[in-house]
Design a protein. Structure first.
Length: 127
């Protein structure tokens, strides 16, 4: 099955320290790599732009996580001109229903609970 997942950055992949790059959110890198292994297309969907966006993209490269798109679904332009980026799933600390957690040793702000996300993706047979 062709699967596209949009992933936010701040508060999702790293703790929310915007405009700086926060600390890696536990289990995020491992789950994103598993998605890459399953040939899931990952799109970085963030409000970062300019140098701040470049820094986020570099985080993915540094962690050997392949991106299918950046704030864009490359296959979408053939069937829609909408600004909304199409995906099968969206993982974002601001999404209703996305599991979040708080570990004060990492941050004073909540961030995505990737252990629970991984469990959900397994239940959905994405992983």
């Amino acid at each position: 099955r062709f699967v596209v997942i949009c992933v936010d950055f701040d508060g999702t992949c790293v703790t929310n320290e915007y405009p700086e790059i926060g600390k890696d959110v536990p289990n995020c890198i491992e789950v994103l790599k598993k998605l890459n292994e399953k040939k899931v297309n990952i799109i970085l969907l963030t409000q970062r732009d300019g140098k701040k966006l470049t820094d986020a993209v570099e985080w993915f490269k540094k962690n050997d996580i392949k991106l299918y798109g950046i704030n864009d679904n490359p296959s979408q332009s053939s069937w829609s001109k909408s600004r909304k980026v199409y995906a099968d799933l969206y993982i974002d600390d601001r999404n209703l229903g996305c599991p979040i957690t708080l570990h004060r040793s990492l941050s004073d702000k909540v961030f995505v609970d990737w252990k629970k996300v991984e469990k959900m993706l397994k239940e959905m047979r994405v992983l």
